[in-house]
Design a protein around this ligand. Structure first.
Ligand code: NDP
Length: 357
């Protein structure tokens, strides 16, 4: 296990809570809310910085999102980060998750572990996407409540919104229409996670919140052609076409769908802002508020990679949702805004890819 334990004792016996932070933060069960007396979202410790020695479990800390959050917390000087790889602790295993939480007693949880993939993986393995993600979420959220985690951030995805939601999509459009069928199983699991977070707040007064990031990219991305998302898939395709001197690259669909892309380092900053300053049942959209067509994205990637051949579009392949742009008014009201422009972000991601390829 990767831990940075600071004051937190590695093998605290059952029931023993050891960090200085516990004396500064009240335990959740002492809140009037958990006895059913206070209105949701009315916590009085909003906008409190995460103590530097808080025991923070970043679930999925080796992935794109979890890795960026982990790096960001390290840069801020956090001394008690907790991270298990899936080989060390399979979060689908309920007993193992409860044992891990009993031993390590995290105080803050970022739930960025999930089975994640693009259209191909989602439409080929819908049962796995549904089952794995439901189990991961239920186990972590239940264990967090059982062991008194003080703040939890659940990460969903913008695919939870209806396929034909009006644009830009506000948080209120959740559960107002049919989902995009290619990833409906994954989306249903994520929607269940949002409702689980809301139910924990209502029933137990937990300070649990959820955030819905738009399409993400950045260092640590998945470039596997079978499972990758559109942006890393394009980086790989154009890079290989350049290296192999291919005269053209064929891409899926018409190139007309519009998508929004957020650099994962921007998301990591947003996650901290949310953990510190947001306490409400409604999920929070996190994106740039700007979108590009897939064709524009392809042109930007080809330019960064230096591919000068032709681009062809296989229109027999599905386009997916025509447009997906998040309304990010609410997260921006917390004082966060994205800092990395798309082309710069693609450049950094391509540099990272080249180092590993
Ligand atoms: P990655 O595939 O990069 O990382 C997923 C992480 O989850 C890995 O660290 C993996 O651990 C861990 N994990 C998967 N299954 C298990 C398991 N059974 N037990 C323990 N750990 C497990 O995904 P992302 O970082 O891209 O996604 C993270 C979250 O962000 C997801 O909830 C996703 O929905 C959300 N999100 C992602 C977007 C994107 O564009 N990538 C867009 C919007 C939301 P290990 O490496 O040890 O196997």
């Amino acid at each position: 296990m990767a831990t940075q334990n600071g004051e937190a004792k590695r093998d605290a016996p059952t029931g023993t809570v050891t960090s200085r932070m516990d004396r500064r933060w009240s335990v959740m069960s002492d809140r009037p809310e958990s006895r059913g007396l206070t209105v949701l979202g009315a916590h009085n410790d909003n906008h409190r910085a995460l103590p530097i020695d808080a025991r923070i479990h970043v679930a999925g800390h080796r992935g794109l999102v979890g890795g960026a959050i982990w790096r960001h917390l390290q840069q801020r000087g956090h001394t008690a980060l907790i991270g298990w790889s899936s080989a060390e602790l399979d979060l689908r295993d309920r007993d193992a998750v409860f044992a891990g939480y009993e031993q390590k007693r995290p105080q803050v949880v970022v739930l960025a572990a999930a089975r994640v993939g693009g259209i191909l993986a989602n439409s080929t393995y819908p049962a796995d996407f549904l089952s794995d993600n439901l189990r991961i979420q239920v186990n972590v959220i239940d264990a967090a409540a059982r062991f008194g985690v003080e703040r939890l951030l659940f990460l969903g995805s913008s695919c939870i919104y209806p396929k034909m939601a009006p644009q830009p999509i506000t948080e209120e459009y959740l559960l107002t229409g049919p989902l995009e069928p290619t990833n409906d199983a994954y989306a249903i699991a994520k929607i269940a996670g949002i409702l689980h977070v809301q139910a924990m707040r209502r029933q137990h007064g937990m300070r649990f919140v959820s955030a819905m990031p738009t399409n993400l990219y950045g260092p640590g991305d998945n470039f596997n052609p079978e499972t990758s998302h559109v942006l890393p898939a394009m980086i790989r395709r154009f890079h290989e076409a350049k290296v192999m001197g291919m005269p053209s690259v064929t891409l899926w669909g018409t190139g007309r769908p519009q998508r929004e892309f957020l650099h994962v380092d921007d998301l990591a900053r947003a996650c901290i802002v949310i953990l510190e300053g947001y306490d409400d049942r409604a999920p929070l959209n996190v994106g740039t508020g700007k979108d590009v067509t897939i064709r524009e994205l392809a042109e930007a990637v080809a330019d960064v990679v230096g591919y000068t051949g032709d681009m062809k579009w296989d229109t027999s392949k599905p386009d997916g949702t025509p447009r997906k742009l998040l309304d990010v008014t609410r997260v921006k009201a917390l004082g966060w805004k994205p800092q990395i422009e798309l082309k710069d972000g693609i450049r950094k991601t391509y540099e990272w890819f080249r180092k590993g390829s």
